[in-house]
Write a protein that binds this ligand. Structure first.
Ligand code: ATP
Ligand code: HSE
Length: 349
Protein backbone atom coordinates (compact mmCIF):
# COMPACT_ATOMS: atom_id res chain seq x y z
CA UNK A 1 0.00 0.00 0.00
CA UNK A 2 1.11 3.58 -0.64
CA UNK A 3 0.01 6.17 1.93
CA UNK A 4 0.16 9.85 0.96
CA UNK A 5 -0.28 12.44 3.70
CA UNK A 6 -0.58 16.19 3.01
CA UNK A 7 -1.17 18.87 5.67
CA UNK A 8 -3.65 21.71 5.48
CA UNK A 9 -2.26 25.25 5.42
CA UNK A 10 -3.06 28.84 6.24
CA UNK A 11 -1.97 31.38 3.62
CA UNK A 12 -1.12 35.08 4.01
CA UNK A 13 -0.80 35.31 7.87
CA UNK A 14 -1.95 38.93 7.55
CA UNK A 15 0.35 40.94 5.28
CA UNK A 16 1.89 38.10 3.21
CA UNK A 17 -0.81 37.88 0.55
CA UNK A 18 0.10 35.12 -1.98
CA UNK A 19 3.59 35.01 -0.43
CA UNK A 20 3.66 33.10 2.89
CA UNK A 21 1.93 29.94 4.07
CA UNK A 22 1.95 27.96 7.29
CA UNK A 23 1.30 24.21 7.10
CA UNK A 24 -0.85 22.97 9.97
CA UNK A 25 -1.67 19.68 11.66
CA UNK A 26 -4.81 18.49 9.83
CA UNK A 27 -3.84 15.85 7.30
CA UNK A 28 -5.44 14.77 4.03
CA UNK A 29 -4.61 11.06 3.60
CA UNK A 30 -4.74 8.83 0.52
CA UNK A 31 -4.51 5.05 0.91
CA UNK A 32 -3.56 3.67 -2.48
CA UNK A 33 -3.55 0.03 -3.57
CA UNK A 34 -2.92 -1.42 -7.01
CA UNK A 35 -4.38 -4.84 -7.82
CA UNK A 36 -2.87 -6.15 -11.07
CA UNK A 37 -5.75 -6.87 -13.50
CA UNK A 38 -6.06 -6.55 -17.27
CA UNK A 39 -9.46 -4.85 -17.20
CA UNK A 40 -11.14 -2.33 -14.93
CA UNK A 41 -14.77 -1.26 -14.73
CA UNK A 42 -13.78 2.17 -13.37
CA UNK A 43 -13.04 5.30 -15.44
CA UNK A 44 -9.31 5.58 -16.18
CA UNK A 45 -8.76 2.37 -14.13
CA UNK A 46 -9.26 4.15 -10.82
CA UNK A 47 -11.83 3.45 -8.09
CA UNK A 48 -12.28 6.18 -5.46
CA UNK A 49 -13.78 5.77 -2.01
CA UNK A 50 -14.02 8.76 0.32
CA UNK A 51 -14.65 9.63 3.94
CA UNK A 52 -14.60 12.93 5.82
CA UNK A 53 -15.22 16.55 4.84
CA UNK A 54 -17.04 16.89 1.53
CA UNK A 55 -18.12 13.22 1.49
CA UNK A 56 -21.67 14.22 0.48
CA UNK A 57 -20.64 16.07 -2.70
CA UNK A 58 -17.01 15.46 -3.72
CA UNK A 59 -17.05 13.55 -7.04
CA UNK A 60 -15.98 9.91 -6.91
CA UNK A 61 -15.39 9.69 -10.66
CA UNK A 62 -11.61 9.76 -11.17
CA UNK A 63 -11.90 12.07 -14.18
CA UNK A 64 -13.78 14.67 -12.10
CA UNK A 65 -12.26 14.44 -8.62
CA UNK A 66 -9.62 17.18 -8.14
CA UNK A 67 -7.07 14.76 -6.60
CA UNK A 68 -7.26 12.09 -9.29
CA UNK A 69 -7.66 14.60 -12.17
CA UNK A 70 -4.45 16.19 -11.00
CA UNK A 71 -2.74 12.77 -10.87
CA UNK A 72 -4.04 12.07 -14.36
CA UNK A 73 -2.58 15.35 -15.61
CA UNK A 74 0.86 14.30 -14.32
CA UNK A 75 0.48 10.81 -15.82
CA UNK A 76 -0.63 12.15 -19.22
CA UNK A 77 2.36 14.51 -19.35
CA UNK A 78 4.40 11.28 -19.13
CA UNK A 79 2.49 9.55 -21.92
CA UNK A 80 0.39 7.40 -19.57
CA UNK A 81 -3.29 7.70 -20.46
CA UNK A 82 -4.68 6.11 -17.30
CA UNK A 83 -3.89 4.76 -13.83
CA UNK A 84 -2.35 1.29 -13.56
CA UNK A 85 -5.17 -1.26 -13.70
CA UNK A 86 -6.63 -1.41 -11.17
CA UNK A 87 -5.91 1.42 -8.75
CA UNK A 88 -8.00 2.00 -5.63
CA UNK A 89 -7.64 5.37 -3.89
CA UNK A 90 -9.30 5.67 -0.49
CA UNK A 91 -9.41 9.36 0.51
CA UNK A 92 -9.65 10.34 4.17
CA UNK A 93 -10.20 14.10 4.33
CA UNK A 94 -10.54 15.96 7.64
CA UNK A 95 -9.74 19.37 6.02
CA UNK A 96 -12.93 21.47 5.71
CA UNK A 97 -13.51 22.62 2.12
CA UNK A 98 -13.66 26.27 1.10
CA UNK A 99 -12.84 27.62 4.57
CA UNK A 100 -9.35 29.08 4.04
CA UNK A 101 -7.40 26.07 5.28
CA UNK A 102 -5.89 25.11 1.93
CA UNK A 103 -8.10 22.11 1.12
CA UNK A 104 -7.60 22.59 -2.62
CA UNK A 105 -3.84 23.13 -2.19
CA UNK A 106 -3.62 19.87 -0.22
CA UNK A 107 -5.72 18.08 -2.85
CA UNK A 108 -3.48 19.33 -5.67
CA UNK A 109 -0.26 18.36 -3.84
CA UNK A 110 -1.75 14.94 -3.01
CA UNK A 111 -2.76 14.47 -6.65
CA UNK A 112 0.70 15.27 -7.99
CA UNK A 113 2.31 12.92 -5.43
CA UNK A 114 -0.25 10.26 -6.43
CA UNK A 115 0.54 10.56 -10.15
CA UNK A 116 4.25 10.41 -9.44
CA UNK A 117 3.87 7.34 -7.19
CA UNK A 118 1.53 5.18 -9.30
CA UNK A 119 3.31 6.15 -12.54
CA UNK A 120 6.70 5.41 -10.93
CA UNK A 121 7.93 8.68 -12.44
CA UNK A 122 10.67 9.47 -9.91
CA UNK A 123 10.03 13.24 -9.97
CA UNK A 124 11.74 15.41 -7.32
CA UNK A 125 9.60 17.47 -4.94
CA UNK A 126 10.80 20.61 -6.75
CA UNK A 127 9.67 19.30 -10.15
CA UNK A 128 6.38 18.15 -8.64
CA UNK A 129 5.88 21.73 -7.39
CA UNK A 130 5.96 22.91 -11.04
CA UNK A 131 2.98 20.63 -11.72
CA UNK A 132 1.16 21.94 -8.62
CA UNK A 133 1.68 25.53 -9.80
CA UNK A 134 0.12 24.80 -13.18
CA UNK A 135 -3.11 24.07 -11.29
CA UNK A 136 -3.09 26.24 -8.13
CA UNK A 137 -1.52 29.41 -9.47
CA UNK A 138 -0.52 31.16 -6.30
CA UNK A 139 2.29 29.43 -4.41
CA UNK A 140 1.47 30.00 -0.72
CA UNK A 141 -0.76 26.98 0.11
CA UNK A 142 0.90 24.41 -2.15
CA UNK A 143 4.42 25.38 -1.04
CA UNK A 144 3.52 25.07 2.65
CA UNK A 145 1.66 21.79 2.07
CA UNK A 146 4.52 20.25 0.08
CA UNK A 147 7.52 21.42 2.11
CA UNK A 148 6.00 21.92 5.60
CA UNK A 149 6.43 24.60 8.27
CA UNK A 150 6.32 28.36 7.69
CA UNK A 151 7.27 29.03 4.08
CA UNK A 152 7.84 32.11 1.91
CA UNK A 153 7.83 31.80 -1.87
CA UNK A 154 7.96 33.65 -5.16
CA UNK A 155 7.22 32.74 -8.75
CA UNK A 156 10.08 33.10 -11.21
CA UNK A 157 9.63 35.60 -14.03
CA UNK A 158 9.46 33.27 -17.00
CA UNK A 159 10.66 33.92 -20.54
CA UNK A 160 7.85 34.62 -23.02
CA UNK A 161 7.65 31.00 -24.32
CA UNK A 162 7.50 29.53 -20.81
CA UNK A 163 5.06 32.25 -19.75
CA UNK A 164 2.72 31.14 -22.52
CA UNK A 165 2.78 27.57 -21.15
CA UNK A 166 2.22 28.74 -17.59
CA UNK A 167 -0.57 31.21 -18.40
CA UNK A 168 -2.75 28.85 -20.39
CA UNK A 169 -6.23 28.52 -18.94
CA UNK A 170 -6.68 25.95 -16.19
CA UNK A 171 -9.40 24.32 -18.34
CA UNK A 172 -6.67 23.24 -20.79
CA UNK A 173 -4.44 21.85 -18.04
CA UNK A 174 -7.27 19.95 -16.36
CA UNK A 175 -9.91 19.62 -19.10
CA UNK A 176 -13.35 18.49 -18.06
CA UNK A 177 -13.83 15.03 -19.56
CA UNK A 178 -15.92 15.55 -22.72
CA UNK A 179 -18.28 12.59 -22.68
CA UNK A 180 -15.44 10.25 -21.83
CA UNK A 181 -13.68 10.91 -25.15
CA UNK A 182 -9.93 10.98 -24.71
CA UNK A 183 -8.41 13.12 -27.48
CA UNK A 184 -5.04 11.48 -26.91
CA UNK A 185 -3.38 14.91 -26.86
CA UNK A 186 -0.60 15.45 -24.34
CA UNK A 187 -1.47 18.27 -21.94
CA UNK A 188 0.88 21.25 -21.61
CA UNK A 189 3.86 20.40 -19.41
CA UNK A 190 4.97 22.94 -16.81
CA UNK A 191 8.06 25.05 -17.40
CA UNK A 192 11.02 24.14 -15.17
CA UNK A 193 11.47 25.86 -11.80
CA UNK A 194 8.31 28.03 -11.71
CA UNK A 195 8.34 28.56 -7.96
CA UNK A 196 11.06 29.11 -5.35
CA UNK A 197 10.74 29.00 -1.58
CA UNK A 198 12.46 29.34 1.74
CA UNK A 199 11.46 27.83 5.06
CA UNK A 200 11.45 30.31 7.93
CA UNK A 201 12.02 29.31 11.53
CA UNK A 202 9.13 29.07 13.98
CA UNK A 203 9.18 29.53 17.77
CA UNK A 204 7.85 26.17 19.01
CA UNK A 205 5.66 27.69 21.73
CA UNK A 206 3.50 29.46 19.12
CA UNK A 207 0.29 27.55 18.30
CA UNK A 208 -2.44 28.44 15.80
CA UNK A 209 -6.07 28.64 16.91
CA UNK A 210 -8.34 28.09 13.89
CA UNK A 211 -11.91 29.34 14.31
CA UNK A 212 -13.78 27.72 11.43
CA UNK A 213 -17.24 29.11 10.54
CA UNK A 214 -19.82 26.68 9.18
CA UNK A 215 -20.06 28.31 5.77
CA UNK A 216 -17.86 28.30 2.70
CA UNK A 217 -16.20 31.13 0.78
CA UNK A 218 -14.62 29.92 -2.45
CA UNK A 219 -11.16 31.25 -3.16
CA UNK A 220 -12.32 32.37 -6.60
CA UNK A 221 -15.04 34.56 -5.04
CA UNK A 222 -12.67 35.95 -2.40
CA UNK A 223 -10.17 36.91 -5.11
CA UNK A 224 -12.81 38.50 -7.33
CA UNK A 225 -13.49 41.24 -4.73
CA UNK A 226 -9.84 42.42 -4.67
CA UNK A 227 -8.73 45.54 -6.57
CA UNK A 228 -6.43 45.28 -9.58
CA UNK A 229 -4.19 48.14 -8.41
CA UNK A 230 -3.00 49.25 -4.97
CA UNK A 231 -1.71 52.52 -3.60
CA UNK A 232 2.00 52.84 -2.84
CA UNK A 233 1.12 53.54 0.81
CA UNK A 234 -0.84 50.28 1.18
CA UNK A 235 1.92 48.21 -0.45
CA UNK A 236 4.56 49.75 1.81
CA UNK A 237 2.31 49.14 4.84
CA UNK A 238 2.24 45.38 4.05
CA UNK A 239 5.89 45.04 2.99
CA UNK A 240 7.12 46.71 6.18
CA UNK A 241 5.05 44.37 8.34
CA UNK A 242 5.92 41.21 6.43
CA UNK A 243 9.64 41.98 6.70
CA UNK A 244 9.29 42.14 10.49
CA UNK A 245 6.82 39.26 10.86
CA UNK A 246 8.88 36.46 9.28
CA UNK A 247 11.67 36.92 11.83
CA UNK A 248 9.45 37.95 14.77
CA UNK A 249 7.74 34.53 14.62
CA UNK A 250 11.12 32.79 15.06
CA UNK A 251 12.05 34.63 18.29
CA UNK A 252 11.62 33.00 21.67
CA UNK A 253 9.93 34.30 23.75
CA UNK A 254 7.76 35.95 21.06
CA UNK A 255 7.18 39.72 21.25
CA UNK A 256 3.37 39.98 21.26
CA UNK A 257 3.22 43.76 20.63
CA UNK A 258 5.53 43.49 17.63
CA UNK A 259 3.77 40.47 16.12
CA UNK A 260 0.26 41.89 16.61
CA UNK A 261 1.11 45.01 14.63
CA UNK A 262 3.13 43.04 12.06
CA UNK A 263 0.08 40.88 11.27
CA UNK A 264 -2.01 43.87 10.12
CA UNK A 265 -2.92 43.97 6.42
CA UNK A 266 -4.25 46.46 3.87
CA UNK A 267 -4.11 44.33 0.73
CA UNK A 268 -6.82 41.67 1.06
CA UNK A 269 -8.64 41.58 4.43
CA UNK A 270 -10.37 45.00 4.14
CA UNK A 271 -11.83 44.01 0.74
CA UNK A 272 -13.11 40.64 1.98
CA UNK A 273 -15.24 42.02 4.81
CA UNK A 274 -18.37 41.88 2.65
CA UNK A 275 -17.98 38.08 2.41
CA UNK A 276 -17.46 37.45 6.12
CA UNK A 277 -20.05 39.09 8.40
CA UNK A 278 -18.49 41.12 11.21
CA UNK A 279 -14.89 40.61 10.01
CA UNK A 280 -13.41 43.99 11.09
CA UNK A 281 -14.98 43.63 14.57
CA UNK A 282 -13.73 40.06 14.90
CA UNK A 283 -10.15 41.04 13.96
CA UNK A 284 -10.31 43.83 16.59
CA UNK A 285 -11.98 41.69 19.27
CA UNK A 286 -8.84 40.26 20.83
CA UNK A 287 -5.50 41.97 21.50
CA UNK A 288 -2.42 41.00 23.54
CA UNK A 289 -3.73 43.40 26.25
CA UNK A 290 -7.25 41.98 26.43
CA UNK A 291 -6.14 38.34 26.03
CA UNK A 292 -2.63 37.62 27.35
CA UNK A 293 -0.96 34.90 25.30
CA UNK A 294 -2.41 36.24 22.02
CA UNK A 295 0.23 37.25 19.47
CA UNK A 296 -1.80 38.15 16.40
CA UNK A 297 -5.00 37.53 14.46
CA UNK A 298 -5.79 37.35 10.76
CA UNK A 299 -8.02 35.86 8.11
CA UNK A 300 -6.76 32.38 7.19
CA UNK A 301 -6.17 32.26 3.43
CA UNK A 302 -9.22 33.52 1.58
CA UNK A 303 -11.40 32.94 4.68
CA UNK A 304 -13.80 32.58 6.34
CA UNK A 305 -11.58 30.85 8.97
CA UNK A 306 -9.92 33.17 11.48
CA UNK A 307 -6.40 32.29 12.61
CA UNK A 308 -5.13 33.52 15.97
CA UNK A 309 -1.50 32.86 16.90
CA UNK A 310 -1.01 32.42 20.64
CA UNK A 311 1.16 30.80 23.29
CA UNK A 312 -1.56 30.22 25.93
CA UNK A 313 -5.15 31.11 26.89
CA UNK A 314 -6.42 29.33 23.77
CA UNK A 315 -9.97 28.69 24.99
CA UNK A 316 -10.57 32.30 26.11
CA UNK A 317 -9.30 33.66 22.81
CA UNK A 318 -11.45 31.23 20.83
CA UNK A 319 -14.54 31.95 22.95
CA UNK A 320 -14.28 35.69 22.34
CA UNK A 321 -14.20 35.16 18.56
CA UNK A 322 -16.98 32.53 18.72
CA UNK A 323 -19.15 35.05 20.58
CA UNK A 324 -18.55 37.71 17.93
CA UNK A 325 -19.48 35.31 15.12
CA UNK A 326 -22.56 34.21 17.09
CA UNK A 327 -23.83 37.83 17.12
CA UNK A 328 -24.15 37.46 13.34
CA UNK A 329 -25.84 34.06 13.70
CA UNK A 330 -22.74 32.12 12.62
CA UNK A 331 -21.65 28.96 14.41
CA UNK A 332 -18.08 27.75 14.27
CA UNK A 333 -15.79 24.86 15.17
CA UNK A 334 -12.42 25.63 16.65
CA UNK A 335 -9.12 23.76 16.97
CA UNK A 336 -5.63 24.40 18.30
CA UNK A 337 -3.16 23.41 15.59
CA UNK A 338 0.62 23.07 15.37
CA UNK A 339 2.82 23.64 12.34
CA UNK A 340 3.24 20.46 10.26
CA UNK A 341 7.01 20.86 10.09
CA UNK A 342 7.78 18.05 7.61
CA UNK A 343 5.14 18.69 4.94
CA UNK A 344 3.82 16.09 2.52
CA UNK A 345 4.85 12.46 2.98
CA UNK A 346 4.68 9.28 0.89
CA UNK A 347 4.96 6.03 2.84
CA UNK A 348 5.32 2.66 1.09
CA UNK A 349 4.29 -0.36 3.18
N1 ATP B 1 -10.18 16.31 -0.76
C1 ATP B 1 -10.69 16.87 -1.85
N2 ATP B 1 -11.14 16.09 -2.84
C2 ATP B 1 -11.66 16.65 -3.95
N3 ATP B 1 -11.79 17.98 -4.15
C3 ATP B 1 -11.37 18.80 -3.18
C4 ATP B 1 -10.79 18.29 -1.99
N4 ATP B 1 -10.45 19.34 -1.22
C5 ATP B 1 -10.80 20.45 -1.91
N5 ATP B 1 -11.36 20.14 -3.07
C6 ATP B 1 -11.90 21.09 -4.08
O1 ATP B 1 -11.41 22.40 -3.76
C7 ATP B 1 -12.52 23.29 -3.49
C8 ATP B 1 -12.17 24.26 -2.38
O2 ATP B 1 -11.12 25.08 -2.82
P1 ATP B 1 -10.98 26.62 -2.43
O3 ATP B 1 -9.70 27.08 -3.02
O4 ATP B 1 -12.21 27.36 -2.80
O5 ATP B 1 -10.91 26.62 -0.84
P2 ATP B 1 -9.78 26.17 0.16
O6 ATP B 1 -8.62 25.59 -0.63
O7 ATP B 1 -10.40 25.27 1.15
O8 ATP B 1 -9.38 27.52 0.87
P3 ATP B 1 -8.08 28.51 0.73
O9 ATP B 1 -7.53 28.33 -0.67
O10 ATP B 1 -8.60 29.88 0.98
O11 ATP B 1 -7.13 28.10 1.78
C9 ATP B 1 -13.66 22.36 -3.10
O12 ATP B 1 -14.91 22.95 -3.35
C10 ATP B 1 -13.41 21.15 -4.00
O13 ATP B 1 -13.87 21.41 -5.30
N1 HSE C 1 -3.34 33.84 -1.05
C1 HSE C 1 -4.58 33.23 -1.43
C2 HSE C 1 -4.82 32.04 -0.56
C3 HSE C 1 -6.11 31.34 -0.80
O1 HSE C 1 -5.95 30.22 -1.59
C4 HSE C 1 -5.71 34.24 -1.21
O2 HSE C 1 -5.76 34.85 -0.13
O3 HSE C 1 -6.52 34.42 -2.13
Amino acid sequence: MITIKVPCSSANIGPGFDVVGLSLSIWLELQVTIKATTTSSHPVNCQITYEGEGADHVPLNAEHNLITRTALYVLKCHSKRAFPSETHVHIVNPIPLGRGLGSSGAAVVAGVLLGNAVGELGLSKDRMMDYCLMIERHPDNVMAAMYGGFVGSYLKELDPADMERKEIPLAEVLPEPAGGVDTGLKPPEPPLGIGHYIKFGWAREIKAIAIIPQFEVSTATARSVLPVNYSRADLIFNLQRLAVLTTALTRSPPDAELIFQAMQDKVHQPYRKGLIPGLPGILASVTPQSHPGLLGICLSGAGPTILALATENFENIANEILTKFKQDGITCDWKVLEPAYDGAQVINS
